[in-house]
Design a protein. Sequence first.
Length: 92
Amino acid sequence: MLDPKQFDEMARRFSESLPSGVRDFQQEVEKNARVALQSAFSRMELVTREEFDAQAKVLARTRERLEALEARVAELEGGAGPEQTAPESGGD
């Protein structure tokens, strides 16, 4: 199997052997493709890995706080005992 460096070298030699008009066309196609991809990515509203990781940490902290608050509410509700209404006894 060929080494990737050999492929790069062959591609470089091939592009150097092309007439200048073809090279200019290649550069124009690459430029247009780059612009099109950048436009498509900007419409996708992608975020960077750093932004994603930061938001994941915020979400984890928020979940921990929510669980702690839920436990606290459950504890307070459990201590309320007498304030809870007892079911009425149904007589015939």
